[in-house]
Design a protein around this ligand. Sequence first.
Ligand code: O7M
Length: 239
Amino acid sequence: MAPYKWFVRKEYLPLNGLEHEAIDVRSETRVVLALDETDGAKAMSVAKAVQGLVDAIKINWPLVLATSPKVISELALLGDVICDFKVADIPNTNRLIVEQAVRLGASGVIVHGFTGSDSVKAAVDAADGRDVYVVTEMSHPGGTEFTAPHADQIAAIAVRCGASGIIAPATRPERIRHLRRLVGDLKVLSPGVGAQGGKASDAIRNGADYVIVGRSIYGAPDPREAAQMIVDEVREELR
Ligand code: O7M
């Protein structure tokens, strides 16, 4: 994802007798669509329907295996694509996977952090300026068994390796708050909104920069309307 795009509010604040432009309006909606749709045509139609309304489309193995890796390039024509391949291998293999995702047009790649610093660093280096996000604590119930007890260490690895951000669970907003403190100004992306029971507003209030939403958008009768509702909820929270 591109860094926050700022634009100038046409308003001037008097300060020490000088006039300063206030630059504090984000143009992003902070919603990322998880497009886990396995019907390729439907996936493209959902992506087009929400174009401009979501900040990025995250794709995972279901769509890539149901179609082809070229789907990355097709979606990249519509906006930022984050390849959620949860890459979890030795440094050399991580590098090879990330290079291929970037070659096909990915703006970001998601990797696991339990593999250790060398593997995460290899992914960051291979991304060549694109975003690498590191999964910390997972959002499903099983995420409390292994990932939660190690989330602090994984967050530290993300910071140390120069990752762009982390993935933290919207199903446990208090954990977003905790992990946010550990990663400073790294981006925090939070899945688990809607179908898994989390709320977008809770995630944002507790420190998420973006919410990741899948079934509640692509499975809705009107995906754009469903996305708009989440965008509105986030906007309301940020007011
Ligand atoms: O909104 P959903 O539940 O339909 O989809 C959530 C998406 O987020 C889906 O693509 C999952 O693979 C992903 N996800 C989680 O649900 N939980 C996690 O802990 C991590 C992810 C994820 O995006 O990891 C990068």
